[in-house]
Design a binder for this molecule. Structure first.
Ligand SMILES: [Zn+2]
Ligand SMILES: [Zn+2]
Length: 146
């Protein structure tokens, strides 16, 4: 049993750091001769890891978008006030969530229906939300206690 420090499991093999081959601080999906994480250029990996939207090199979710862009989309979808946009009152929340470190943790956090319900608690000024039925009555009807 090896004690890999830091990262949380043997499945985690893609992270950022300073590539020992080219000294660039970037994603290190490859492995050098000694098992050292190296960047895709040094490892000769043909697949790229650049986000389709912002060009950030990182772990791409759904194939093409980085964690941060995925988080932006997820927040936009969850907090859509019915106009296709996040309500102005929730924008500061969205901004602070996006600026936090570890967007992946925020994404996992947003999978919790209780969290989503709490976040959406601020939307009650739009009771006639047209997409409410589609989103499920549980979300729309159950509000956090005042
Ligand atoms: Zn490199
Ligand atoms: Zn991105």
């Amino acid at each position: 049993m090896r004690s890999a420090h830091g990262r949380s499991g043997p499945g985690v093999c893609t992270f950022r750091g300073c590539c020992p081959g080219c000294r660039a601080d970037r994603l290190l999906p490859g492995r050098g001769a000694t098992g050292t994480p190296i960047c895709r250029d040094c490892a000769g990996i043909a697949r790229d890891f650049f986000c389709d939207r912002c060009g950030f090199e990182g772990l791409l979710l759904g194939g093409r978008l980085c964690e941060r862009c995925t988080l932006t989309d997820t927040l936009g979808r969850l907090l859509d006030d019915g106009t296709g946009h996040v309500a102005a009152s929730l924008q500061p929340l969205v901004t602070s969530l996006k600026e936090m470190d570890r967007p992946k943790s925020r994404l996992i956090w947003l999978r919790n229906p209780n969290v989503v319900r709490l976040l959406r608690g601020g939307r009650r000024q739009h009771p006639a939300h047209p997409r409410r039925a589609a989103l499920g009555n549980t979300l729309a009807n159950r509000r956090p206690p005042a």
